[in-house]
Design a protein around this ligand. Structure first.
Ligand code: ATP
Ligand code: MG
Length: 116
């Protein structure tokens, strides 16, 4: 199992959710976050050079998936979140040790949605 952690533009969220749903991926968590990417904003001041890190509003989508769904999720997100401009976002894939469905006690691949 893996946790697919995607940080994307808030304006792309509806399309990303649609693409994930179309790929049978419905178990997810969405959070509003602020972040900074690889860009460097340099501000010249009279005392010298200052680097300013501006925080941008983003949404983070956490999706627990079985291994077979990792590429499906990543492709769905890339295809729906991209505008072609800097700041389109980033996807991290993390190993997951254990998943438990509270209602049934099912664990691991049986507990992530969906199972294939
Ligand atoms: N290395 C990182 N670690 C954690 N979060 C990151 C990292 N890089 C980007 N992020 C998060 O992803 C958001 C979007 O990043 P962004 O798309 O600007 O990445 P980038 O590497 O600068 O790519 P681009 O050149 O397309 O802008 C950031 O605002 C931040 O929240
Ligand atoms: Mg960037």
């Amino acid at each position: 199992m893996k946790l697919v952690k995607a940080i994307v533009r808030p304006s792309r969220l509806p399309d990303v959710l649609r693409a994930l749903y179309a790929a049978d991926i419905t178990g997810l968590t969405v959070s509003r976050v602020r972040g900074h990417g690889g860009e460097v904003e340099v501000v010249e001041t009279y005392r010298g050079t200052t680097v300013k890190m501006e925080m941008h509003d983003k949404v983070m989508i956490d999706i627990g998936v079985s291994d077979t769904f990792v590429d499906i999720a990543v492709d769905a997100i890339c295809g729906s979140a991209a505008t072609g401009n800097v700041g389109d976002g980033k996807i991290f894939v993390l190993p997951v040790e254990r998943v438990v469905r509270v209602r049934t006690g099912e664990e691991d691949v049986a507990a992530v949605t969906p199972v294939r």
